[in-house]
Design a protein around this ligand. Structure first.
Ligand SMILES: [Zn+2]
Length: 147
């Protein structure tokens, strides 16, 4: 059996092997002689599709990345005020932005300065807080993955 681990892992990890009968075996590389779970090809395909759809990220992989100067992220524009008739000229949207400075928000996560790149121009914004969950206007987050 030839167990493989993700190329994204530098140390121990989930390891996976295709077994002789077509099923997929899963082990923990920290426990080389430990127990192995096995799944049918269909079960494994459904799981892998879910992983690709970010269904198992649990908000951890993006949140733990620390921003650094020069990285690209998203800035959420505020959008224009909603008019009495319910219309809104510009809605809140993700804009490309480059990190220009990073400061610690007293333990509440990184606050960054951004150069925001709008389709028709750029502006600078300082003291922008991270918001991966609600992506509120005026916050930044890591770019969404698109499959
Ligand atoms: Zn975004």
């Amino acid at each position: 059996m030839n167990f493989k681990k993700s190329s994204y892992s530098a140390i121990t990890c989930v390891t996976v092997a295709q077994l002789g009968d077509g099923t997929i075996g899963v082990r923990d590389s920290k426990v080389a002689d430990g127990p192995m779970l096995s799944f049918t090809a269909d079960e494994w395909a459904a799981f892998v599709a879910g992983v690709k759809n970010n269904e198992f990220d649990f908000g951890t992989s993006n949140m733990t990345q620390t921003p650094s100067v020069g990285r690209i992220c998203h800035y959420v524009s505020h959008g224009t005020p909603v008019q009495p008739d319910g219309s809104q000229t510009y809605t809140s949207v993700c804009r490309a932005a480059i990190v220009t400075e990073v400061s610690d928000n007293a333990g509440f996560g990184p606050v960054v300065g951004l150069c925001v790149l709008n389709p028709t121009g750029q502006f600078f914004n300082r003291g922008v807080e991270q918001d991966e969950r609600t992506k509120a206007g005026g916050t930044w987050h890591w770019p969404e993955r698109v499959s």
